[in-house]
Ligand binder design. Structure first.
Ligand code: HPA
Ligand code: ZN
Length: 319
């Protein structure tokens, strides 16, 4: 059992954390037909491309700052109930823009949800602004510019998510230059849908301290050694990887091999209800299915906090 272990995650997408029941309530409130994306209390998709479409459709059910505050508070409260003390939430200003809410109100709602959850439970959270790769380089640059000028102290990092097969990292490198110059922490989805080359590209062109997933680095032993040497933290999301068929089962998941090779790793839920998981469930998988000891799991939690984009005072308090 891992229920008693302290937990932390640094890779969870806010719209991807929407419980299906909450999405259904939102759909009812706004009179939206969700039969194509929500059936029998579960999200409907069959591969990565369909997952992204389903994700964007669920995102469109959250239309006001209050909707986002409720979503964020709901996610963080459940996390705190599972003994989590910290989360980094991946948010996309484009999703705020697309529903006509605007990025400022979108971010204000998410921040309100963070404050409400912290008041109630003590959980700490920070915001990572993300560009969505499938919206194209211009939108990813706009997201970086938005993050760079955001006056919100909860915004501490920049990421790129979305369709990894669209373009090459080089097409998006300028966005990361903007975010780096603004002092934001950098992480990028790579080595999830695409192979080891996308992780190498990310290291060469983005110079992040962390990589979202990065699991397909395992296809290149030289790259694995490079990740270990550089101390790059991989934000590993085992349940997501199995649900999206990156690996056929937990036995073939490379988490242990990466850890043994000296790569710094931590556990994350990614888009929990989309993948039939939760952070608590990821910890259980690590323990029961992957055979990690409580001590090894604690090390992964500490790695998440070590790699967190958070001020040193808060980090010391959490560690
Ligand atoms: N990968 C890429 N983009 C995403 C994901 C993911 O797992 N979740 C939400 N956007
Ligand atoms: Zn992700």
């Amino acid at each position: 059992m891992t229920a008693h272990l302290l937990k932390a995650e640094i890779h969870c997408h806010i719209e991807g954390a929407a419980p299906p029941a909450l999405a259904a309530a939102q759909a009812k409130k706004y009179g939206v037909d969700t039969s194509h994306i929500l059936r029998n209390g579960a999200y409907v998709w069959s591969d990565f491309a369909e997952f992204l479409i389903c994700y964007d459709a669920v995102a469109a059910l959250f239309k006001t700052a209050d909707d986002y505050a409720l979503l964020t508070e709901t996610y963080l409260t459940e996390l705190a109930d599972a003994n989590a003390i910290y989360s980094e939430i991946i948010v996309s200003p484009d999703h705020g823009d697309r529903i006509g809410l605007g990025a400022d109100a979108y971010l204000a709602g998410i921040s309100d949800g963070i404050h409400a959850a912290r008041e109630k439970t003590g959980i700490e959270a920070r915001i990572i602004v993300t560009g969505e790769r499938h919206f194209g380089p211009d939108r990813v640059i706009a997201a970086a510019e938005y993050a760079a000028r955001a006056k919100n102290p909860l915004v501490t990092g920049f990421n790129m998510a979305g369709e990894e097969r669209m373009g090459r990292v080089a097409d998006y490198a300028r966005a990361f230059d903007i975010a780096r110059d603004a002092g934001l922490g950098l992480t990028i989805h790579a080595g999830e849908v695409c192979g080891a080359f996308s992780v190498s590209d990310a290291l060469d062109l983005v110079k992040p301290s962390r990589i979202g997933h990065g699991v397909r680095a395992i296809e290149d032993p030289v790259l694995v050694a490079r990740l270990a040497d550089l101390g790059i933290v991989l934000e590993i999301c085992p349940g997501s990887n199995i649900a999206l068929n990156v690996f056929p089962d937990f036995d073939s998941h490379p988490l242990r091999r990466l850890k043994v090779a000296g790569v710094r790793v931590c556990l994350n839920s990614d888009d929990p209800p989309f993948f039939g998981t939760s952070l608590a469930h990821e910890y259980e998988i690590a323990s029961k299915i992957m055979g990690f000891s409580d001590q090894e799991i604690d090390t992964m939690t500490r790695t998440a906090l070590d790699a967190a984009f958070v001020d040193e005072d808060t980090r010391c308090r959490l560690l």
